[in-house]
Structure formats: structure tokens, C-alpha cells
Design a protein around this ligand. Structure first.
Ligand code: UDP
Ligand code: MG
Length: 310
């Protein structure tokens, strides 16, 4: 018998816990026929609703279910990492609790690993149906930007829904960074990945935990985690402005020598000073971003803290 670990990060998902479980069980027959059994790990990421009691109800009926209960909300990335660390399976899959990642795809995904020798099967949505247009717009810009800046391929529309072999999981676990950006980490480790495409499914119950602002911060985290191009941009801007300054100095000296007008030029001075101080602050901000990430890495804080484990 092989073991398939199913990792489900949950944050305020009380309405979805049982629905997800029932949906997953529909694939049970297929896996039984293939000599694969389940282990289901619900990671409760500091929910404030009845998520934990819903999971405990299921645990009483089914001993294949496990619960990792965080001491507070650490974020989905931490929940994924905790799930992967605890998973014992020969294969591991991560799915969202809200059924936006359909468990019905699992048999097909398993087929690719079993029969075609892939190390992981990932999913991406081909459309952004049901999403506010500005959000889609910025998401597209983000993917095109980060792929220009980073050597690691980060796929547009990629979901965290992914089935992996043990080897692939161990590679991910070996990346112990504190600032985790899974979409980049999956690409970074390499291996052979099969991409499955499907149309976006809207969340059935509850609401999304990602506000526009949270996504924006997440995007910046992704860029700083997988690219150092912004630091180079800061130096290039610095060089350009030095060059400009030299030109301006020469122009000013010549103008003084030829025309001798010492008082004019105040507006242009104001423009130059405000532009350059803006650029300086911008570059300082970029350096600050990397410094703050380095600071957090150096501290070596745990990625998550578990309150209870069943
Ligand atoms: N999630 C989590 N911690 C968080 C935010 C979200 O574990 O801080 C879980 C959430 O319960 C869900 C999955 O991550 O199972 C995806 O979240 P959501 O559906 O809100 O994101 P969206 O699908 O809208 O991108
Ligand atoms: Mg969702």
C-alpha cells in the first residue's frame, strides 16, 4: 500500500471542512483500486470560527484525519510548510478547503505521476472569471514583471493545488527560508512538472481571505524573495543621475561664464532637488525591503508554532 497525504490549509473555513471531506471521499474508490490510502491533514491557521471543532468531529469518525492547530494565524505559506513537514505520504497533495481546487482532478493527476514519470502535477487556471477586473489586471502585470526579473519561472494563474512525489516534497522542505513564496519555491526546485489547466471555480461558501492590499504585499514579497533586480535598478538609477549631474554642472559653469546670470534658475533647481530626493528615497526603500527580509531570515524564527496536534 502507498500513502497519499492530503494537506488542507484552513483559515475560518468552518462551513467548508465537511464539504471538502465528502468531496475528497468521492475519489477514494479510485485510489483503493490503485493500492493507495489517504491521510488527511487539516492545518488550522489560527481560525477564529469553529474550524477546529468541525475537524475534531470528523476525526472521531475517521482516524485517517489529522489536525495541526497553529497558535495564531501564520499565513497560508506557513500552513503549507507545516503540512508538508508532517506529511508521511509517498505522494503529497495540497488543496484549498473551499473546493476551488477540485479533488475530482486527483485521479487524473495521480495518473501522470504513476504512468508518465512526472515528479509533480501542478494546476493553473486559464481564466480569472469572477474576479474584479482591476485585480486581474494587476495580477497579470505582476506575473509578467516577476518573470522578467527572476530566473525562476513563476507561472501565471498557477494555484497551490499540486500533487508531488516524496522526492519533490523533500526538496521543498530543504528550503527552510522564513519568507516563503511557494509559487517561486516550486519552480526553483526543478524536476519534471506537468501543468493541468482548468477553468476558475468560484468559492461556494465563506469568503476569500485575500484583500487587494494583502495580495499587493504578497506580490512584493514574491519579487524580493526571487529576484535581486530591484537592487540593480537602484544602482543603475544612481549612475544615471550622477551622469546627469555632471552634465548639469558643466552646463551651469558654461552658462555662468558666458552669460553671467547668477540669480535665475530657481524653479529648475527645485525640480531637480525634488526629483533626485524622490529617486533617492525610492532606492533607499528598495534596499530597506531587502534588509528587512534579511533581518527576518537572520533571526531564524520558526515558520509556525503548533498549539495542538491530533
Ligand atoms: N488560508 C490560510 N491562511 C490564511 C489565508 C488563507 O490557511 O491566512 C487558506 C484558506 O483557508 C483556503 C486557502 O488558504 O483554504 C486559500 O484561501 P482563499 O480561498 O481565501 O484564497 P483565494 O482562493 O481567494 O485566492
Ligand atoms: Mg479560495
Amino acid at each position: 500500500m502507498k500513502l497519499l497525504s492530503v494537506i488542507v490549509p484552513c483559515y475560518n473555513e468552518e462551513e467548508n471542512i465537511a464539504d471538502f471531506y465528502n468531496e475528497l471521499l468521492k475519489t477514494e474508490d479510485f485510489f483503493k483500486q490503485n493500492d493507495v490510502e489517504f491521510e488527511i491533514i487539516y492545518v488550522n491557521d489560527g481560525s477564529k470560527d469553529g474550524t477546529v471543532s468541525e475537524v475534531k468531529k470528523l476525526i472521531e469518525e475517521d482516524n485517517r484525519i489529522h489536525l495541526i492547530d497553529f497558535s495564531r494565524n501564520f499565513g497560508k505559506e506557513a500552513a503549507i510548510y507545516a503540512g508538508l513537514s508532517k506529511a508521511k505520504g509517498d505522494f503529497v497533495v495540497m488543496l484549498d478547503c473551499d473546493l476551488q481546487d477540485p479533488p475530482a482532478l486527483l485521479p487524473k493527476m495521480y495518473g501522470y505521476i504513476k504512468n508518465e514519470g512526472y515528479d509533480s502535477v501542478a494546476t493553473r487556471r486559464v481564466d480569472r472569471k469572477g474576479e474584479p477586473p482591476i485585480r486581474s489586471f494587476f495580477a497579470r502585470r505582476f506575473y509578467s514583471l516577476i518573470n522578467k526579473m527572476s530566473k525562476t519561472e513563476i507561472v501565471d494563474g498557477a494555484r497551490d493545488f499540486r500533487l508531488m512525489t516524496r522526492q519533490f516534497v523533500d526538496a521543498i522542505l530543504s528550503m527552510e527560508e522564513y519568507n516563503r513564496f511557494s509559487k517561486g519555491i516550486f519552480g526553483w526546485v526543478g524536476f519534471k512538472t506537468k501543468w493541468l489547466e482548468y477553468e476558475n471555480i468560484e468559492r461556494k461558501k465563506g469568503e476569500t481571505k485575500w484583500s487587494f492590499w494583502k495580495l499587493f504585499i504578497y506580490a512584493l514579497d514574491g519579487i524580493t524573495a526571487f529576484s535581486t533586480v530591484p537592487l540593480a535598478v537602484a544602482s543603475i538609477l544612481g549612475v544615471l543621475f550622477c551622469f546627469l549631474a555632471v552634465v548639469l554642472i558643466i552646463v551651469t559653469i558654461i552658462r555662468k561664464a558666458v552669460f553671467g546670470d547668477p540669480t535665475s534658475g530657481w524653479p529648475s533647481l527645485v525640480c531637480i532637488i525634488s526629483l533626485i530626493s524622490g529617486v533617492q528615497l525610492f532606492c533607499l526603500g528598495i534596499v530597506g525591503q531587502y534588509l528587512s527580509k534579511t533581518y527576518l531570515e537572520v533571526k531564524k524564527r520558526p515558520i509556525y508554532i503548533i498549539k495542538e496536534e491530533i
